[in-house]
Design a protein around this ligand. Structure first.
Ligand SMILES: *Cc1c(COP(=O)(O)O)cnc(C)c1O
Length: 387
């Protein structure tokens, strides 16, 4: 490469692509000191260093922010780093945070095993106490972390009521909206202070990206989240940002299809003699069906769980009986997959807690894809026949 070939290409050709190109560069150049000053004077108009900001991460942040109706968003390297960023926006050493007991395993590990070592105390709040927080809020309590739809039992949280409870106690509310997606629920419009997503799941949607995002409701929180992301080095790469933006373009179509397929599959499972119980917010007997209908804009998402006989070998026969649907412990891809909460996501919980949450040997989780519903049902029929 000659010394200035890049400049020759860059300055000689006038290109205007329809789609944002991948700015796979770790750093940007400045014409002179005036250009450097412009970077500091007009934030968001110029770029300096990709860890601070990059056109691809910025595009992803803006698109998610629009969907969540926030005041701004910060993209991170994973859902986990988004949760870390969100908690650090409000909490420091000496503070106390609350976390819903039914929560993603990584979130509870982050709080109970990592942040406690840094002087942030945590208490887990059982579902029964979540709308009162009676006996949990202390003088140094800063926030509550909860999820819109819980995994794997698909309990739907009344976010308006939860936000009111937090407001009454003077603490912030952080909502993990990964399972619901902004197509189904917008927590900021219901009173939450911060929303996080594992972009790895529905927002990118094709099982090929690991990413996260924090959406804030005030300019101060956007600035603070951005500071944390830059300083801790929690940024996302340009290429993964680009892939996530590409996935995001079809989010609405995918979520509609995931939802209608999941409803069809849930109804079918419910009538299957080998299925004891189905957990899906779109079924009328689900304990939060009315709330889910109203808060979820008539869509119930692509995730469901069901219980077959509590026998490990029966579960193995079911898995081996499937020929199209793989056992793959993640979710939200365009193709259907199953997961096994007791052996993966909820493996680390105590036996007592697993029982309390209803996660028994026979509980299987299904991430319903966007194939034809008939095809999915045909394969599940094969699996259940083998049980
Ligand atoms: C997957 C997941 C996370 C963690 O996201 P990563 O992208 O894997 O870091 C957090 N919350 C929920 C609800 C998830 O499903």
């Amino acid at each position: 490469m000659t010394l200035n070939s890049y400049f020759q290409i860059h300055h000689a050709v006038s290109i205007s692509p329809k789609v944002t190109p991948i700015y796979q560069t770790s750093v940007f150049t400045f014409e002179d000191l005036n250009a450097l000053e412009a970077y500091f004077q007009e934030p968001g108009q110029h770029y300096m260093y990709t860890r601070y900001g990059n056109p691809n991460t910025e595009e992803l942040a803006q698109e998610v922010n629009k969907l969540e109706q926030g005041h701004g968003a910060v993209v991170t390297s994973s859902g986990m780093s988004a949760i870390l960023t969100a908690v650090l926006v409000y909490a420091k050493a000496g503070d106390h945070v609350l976390c819903a007991e039914e929560i993603y395993g990584g979130s509870s590990s982050l709080l109970s095993q990592e942040l406690t070592h840094m002087g942030i105390e945590v208490s887990f709040v059982p579902t029964d106490d979540i709308f009162s927080l009676e006996g949990y809020v202390r003088e140094n309590t800063k926030l509550l972390l909860a999820e819109t739809i819980s995994n794997p039992m698909m309990m739907v949280m009344d976010l308006r009521q939860l936000a009111q409870t937090c407001q009454n106690h003077g603490i912030k509310l952080i909502i993990d909206n990964t399972f619901a997606t902004p197509i189904i629920t917008n927590p900021l419009t219901l009173g939450a202070d911060l929303v996080i997503h594992s972009v790895t799941k529905y927002l990118s949607g094709h099982s090929d990206v690991t990413a996260g995002v924090v959406v804030a409701s005030t300019p101060e929180d956007v600035t603070r989240a951005s500071q944390i992301m830059r300083t801790w080095g929690l940024n996302l790469s340009p290429f993964e940002s680009w892939l996530a933006v590409r996935g995001l373009k079809t989010l609405k179509l995918r979520v509609r299809e995931h939802s209608s397929n999941a409803l069809a599959v849930a109804k079918w499972l419910q009538n299957h003699p080998k299925v004891q119980e189905v957990f899906y917010p779109g079924l009328e007997q689900h304990p939060q069906y009315d709330l889910a209908t109203q808060q979820g804009k008539g869509l119930y998402g692509g995730m469901l769980s069901f219980r077959i006989t509590d026998d490990t070998e029966a579960v193995n026969r079911f898995m081996r009986g499937l020929s199209q649907v793989p056992f793959s412990p993640s979710l939200a891809g365009v193709t259907t997959s199953i997961s096994y909460p007791l052996g993966t996501s909820h493996r680390g919980l105590s036996k007592e807690m697993q029982e309390k949450m209803g996660i028994t040997v026979g509980v299987v989780r299904l991430s319903v894809g966007i194939e034809d519903a008939d095809e999915i049902i045909k394969d599940l029929e094969k699996g259940l026949a083998a049980v």
